[in-house]
Design a protein around this ligand. Structure first.
Ligand SMILES: [Zn+2]
Length: 264
């Protein structure tokens, strides 16, 4: 939860409510401004979707060094110089790390087997940001990733992937697909009520998968338990629920990016 960054950094405040600071080596200024200009807008989109930002401030650090993967600590996102190329290539990971301030750094997990509650939700936040910022809709993203997961081995149990697979990309994508399946089933109103209630009820505490299933059932009724069981406690990839996807998606115009390792 805690990270210490030491270097010759510029500290630039780009928003005040909540405070957002960009911290970076002067030499990277143009790339930082190009790639991180949307962080305050991401903050607004996620506050609407998930509820108020749960920490006093958010700091985005860009290091002078290249890093293998972006990473977050409580109230801080950390990116390597290689992640901020000035072309917004890793915009989805800027959204991903910010979303962890809700999912992971405010509501944590009691055991690592519940890691989908962090990574699946942060991945879904990437799709939401895409949808809200004029890119592909969350449903388009879901369809593309569902097709890809369907071609991969179905031997991963989302609710308990085991230590070797806890950061397997399937945890991220199947976790996000589970949320899209819920959204299609519940509709936007109850779905986002569920996400905001999840955050407000458990803020500053640690939770497990059973807590999420119980809250979903409380908000959406007992039939949601069957749906969630198939996504979380069985290995076979369920189909996404039919219909309920307003503004039906056009085909993806850009290929999905692939990364050698998943962001944390
Ligand atoms: Zn992550």
């Amino acid at each position: 939860l805690v990270a210490l960054q030491i270097g010759r950094y510029v500290v630039e405040r780009v928003a005040t409510a909540p405070p957002v600071d960009l911290v970076y080596p002067r030499a990277l200024e143009a790339r930082v401004h190009a790639d991180l200009a949307d962080v305050p807008r991401m903050m607004a989109v996620f506050e609407e979707a998930f509820g108020p930002y749960p920490h006093p401030a958010y700091t985005v650090v860009v290091t002078a060094d290249d890093l293998e993967i972006p990473l977050e600590a409580q109230g801080m996102g950390v990116f390597g110089a290689n992640h901020i190329d000035g072309a917004g290539s890793l915009e989805r990971l800027v959204a991903h790390e910010l979303a962890h301030q809700w999912f992971g750094n405010s509501v944590g997990v009691t055991l690592w087997r519940h890691i989908w509650l962090n990574e699946g939700f942060a991945c879904y936040a990437e799709w939401l940001w895409s949808e809200r910022s004029g890119g592909a809709s969350a449903h388009q993203k879901a369809l593309a990733h569902h097709a890809r997961l369907a071609s991969l081995p179905q031997d991963l149990l989302l609710a308990d992937p085991g230590p070797d697979d806890m950061f397997d990309d399937r945890v991220y994508k199947r976790g996000a697909l589970t949320l899209q399946a819920l959204r299609l089933t519940l509709g936007d109103g109850p779905f986002f009520t569920l996400l905001r209630e999840w955050m407000s009820r458990h803020r500053g505490r640690s939770v497990g998968t059973d807590d999420f299933v119980a809250l979903a059932e409380e908000i959406a009724g007992p039939e949601v338990r069957t749906l969630l069981h198939a996504w979380l406690f069985e290995t076979t990839l369920p189909e996404l629920p039919a219909g309920g996807a307003p503004g039906e998606p056009a085909p993806l115009t850009a290929p999905l990016s692939t990364t050698p390792r998943s962001p944390r």
